[in-house]
Design a protein around this ligand. Structure first.
Ligand code: SAH
Length: 260
């Protein structure tokens, strides 16, 4: 297994740099790699590169960047606005939504949100790990939490909101998104919003549903848990309006072997 790592430095063939502490620790102490060992790197900007460990010293690990493996490509511009959940549920949500290609996380405090604290650093670490695993070339952004009213007051109306509405006369999500897809003035920027375990307050659903840039959708006859609802909505979004309709990429040539 060749480790695939997110780094913050600029990447270009021939460049050498000292790995950040997290990466150096992982390579040296967890993976027990030695000088010369291959790694794969991405930074969210420059694409994905082959690389190898040039030097392993007591205090640092030096990495040398090799050839470009894949050029940078973006991800569909879809945010997930979610009400903070308990630790395990929020960790699960961030990991899985990153795998499903979400562009940004926007925590939103609603009336019935039970959790008051959110550790953004931990969310970011979970997102990095999921992005490394899932061959993404980007990291999702993690925005500062906002109250629902502040979110709406500052919302860019060009970013259409898909509201997961557990009550009311919303169209099923597949139908609603297919209609949005065939709209000639289709938006390029999207967000999915899901309520907390306690659900949206009636007044919140009414307020959101009235906004011209909001499309309420239903996720079927069962009431899903907040994390399940967000992930189900994101999966359907990707297959209709996102990149889920694209063919999977051809397998890459393993490092150090020439293509056949
Ligand atoms: N306690 C609430 C349910 C909350 S479920 C109740 O009993 O009504 C948490 C969130 O998941 C909801 O606010 C909604 O955004 C989303 N959700 C769950 N099931 C859904 C469904 N069938 N359709 C649309 N959204 C759903």
């Amino acid at each position: 297994m060749i480790p695939r790592l997110y780094v913050t430095v600029d990447l270009a063939p021939g460049r050498q740099f000292a790995a950040e502490e997290r990466t150096a620790h992982y390579l040296k102490n967890v993976m027990r790699r030695e000088a010369g060992a291959p790694v794969i790197l991405f930074n969210g900007r420059d694409g994905e590169f082959e690389a190898h460990l040039a030097e392993i010293a007591k205090k640092h690990v030096t990495i040398e960047v090799g050839a470009l493996r894949r050029p940078q490509v973006g991800t569909p511009d879809v945010w997930l606005c979610f009400a903070p959940l308990k630790k395990d549920a929020v960790d699960f949500l961030v990991e899985k939504a990153t795998e499903l290609g979400v562009a940004a996380f926007q925590p939103v405090f609603t009336k019935h949100t039970a959790t008051t604290r959110l550790n953004l650093e931990r969310l970011s670490a979970n997102a990095i790990e999921a992005a490394e695993q899932t061959e993404r070339l980007t990291l999702p952004a993690i925005h500062e939490p906002l109250s629902l009213s502040d979110l709406i007051a500052n919302w860019d109306p060009a970013r259409r909101i898909i509201l997961c509405a557990e009550a009311g006369p919303a169209l099923p999500i597949g139908e609603a998104l297919s209609a949005l897809k065939s709209d000639v003035n289709k938006s390029n920027a999207w967000a999915i919003i899901c309520g907390p375990e306690g659900g949206f307050a009636r007044s919140e659903l009414d307020l959101l549903s009235k906004l011209p840039f909001v499309t309420p959708v239903g996720l079927g006859p069962r009431i899903l848990r907040a994390d399940t609802a967000a992930l189900a909505a994101l999966a359907v979004f990707q297959s209709i309006l996102g990149d889920g309709a694209e063919r999977p990429p051809a397998p890459l040539t393993p490092i150090g072997q020439s293509p056949e």
